[in-house]
Design a protein around this ligand. Sequence first.
Ligand SMILES: [Fe+2]
Ligand SMILES: [Fe+2]
Length: 131
Amino acid sequence: METHVTLLTWNHTCSVGVRAMDDQHGILMDTMNELRQALVRGSGREQLSELLDRLIEFTRMHFWSEEQLMEQSAFPGLAEHRAEHHSMLAQMIQSAHRVQYGEGVQMRPLLCSLRDGFLEHIEGLDQAYGP
Ligand SMILES: [Fe+2]
Ligand SMILES: [Fe+2]
């Protein structure tokens, strides 16, 4: 059975209360939606890899922005947050590697777990730094 990948919609419950970070989260979601659409259209490995690379580059930049922000405001949860960023990024890079070189990679479950990971992170640790 096929796993359905739903479109991500942006709503106020996802807001972390910092405008620039909300904007970046929106771009992350847009990029994940693009990936989903590419998947639905039946795009090849090369195109999916390219999109995944773009997602990773943007994620790297976004994580860095958040860490700068937390550093500047001496946020006490920085170390924990940074560690989670680190492991998320490592996981994404590993996934991208599998998509690029692996055989028979199941893209849908991969995309679903990526999406769930991001939503969980935004609604969890990210919402804690807002205030
Ligand atoms: Fe974030
Ligand atoms: Fe974060």
